[in-house]
Write a protein that binds this ligand. Sequence first.
Ligand code: THU
Length: 141
Amino acid sequence: MAAARAVSRNAHAPYSGFAVGAAILLSDGQIISGCNFENASYGLTLCAETVALASVNALGRLRDVREIAVVGGRIGADGALIDVGPVRPCGRCRQVIQEAADLSGTNLTVHCSSADGSVQETHRISDLLPHAFGPASLGLA
Ligand code: THU
């Protein structure tokens, strides 16, 4: 969660004013992080979780994903985050996380925190995305 909070400072979020950081814990203890990356063409925005998981993929480590931490909040005038409650992965991110869950054979743990850490939740991806579409849905597993 500390890594997620740290990387949220690098969010490129001038349009929404909402910064998100995500950190992925790998099986060997390595942590890979990412933050949201918005675009002037709003719909092209990349979420923090997806950015982090794409970096894990680039390392060839998707099978080693174990836990994910997500944190964020509104960007205040002083640049500090304003707490608006725990940030839970959006629907698209849940599906992207599910891909790592399928590859790792792990019901991944997802920690969701508010900006100031006063509220934290821990979920499993099967609870966040029940009846998921995955390789088995394609007849591949
Ligand atoms: N955002 C994320 O990075 N992850 C989520 O799971 C939810 C939303 C970002 C996208 C956009 O830059 C901003 O938060 C507001 O939606």
